[in-house]
Write a protein that binds this ligand. Structure first.
Ligand SMILES: [Zn+2]
Length: 83
């Protein structure tokens, strides 16, 4: 299990990029997503989408939205703070 790093910036609990200081824009990146869509073929040969499932595969990354600095150790904290 990946260790969750707690931000120590001011105000307490806010993440900021150690490289550029950005504390407002962040990016969550998924390496690959498998999207499966089920279609129903109609009598006239056309197709109607029924449902779509997305399965996340691979590593999740958490990046600075300004300079792209890898802040993945903070991802656990980020997830807890998404409302
Ligand atoms: Zn940055």
């Amino acid at each position: 299990m990946r260790r969750i790093r707690r931000p120590v910036g001011e105000p307490l609990g806010k993440i900021s990029c150690p490289r550029c200081g950005n504390s407002t824009r962040f990016v969550e990146q998924l390496e690959s997503v498998l999207v499966t869509t089920t279609y129903l073929q109609n009598d006239d040969g056309s197709f109607t989408p029924l449902e779509q499932n997305s399965d996340a595969e691979g590593e999740l990354s958490f990046l600075c939205g300004e300079c792209g600095y890898d802040m993945t150790p903070f991802h656990g904290h980020f997830r807890e703070m998404v409302f």
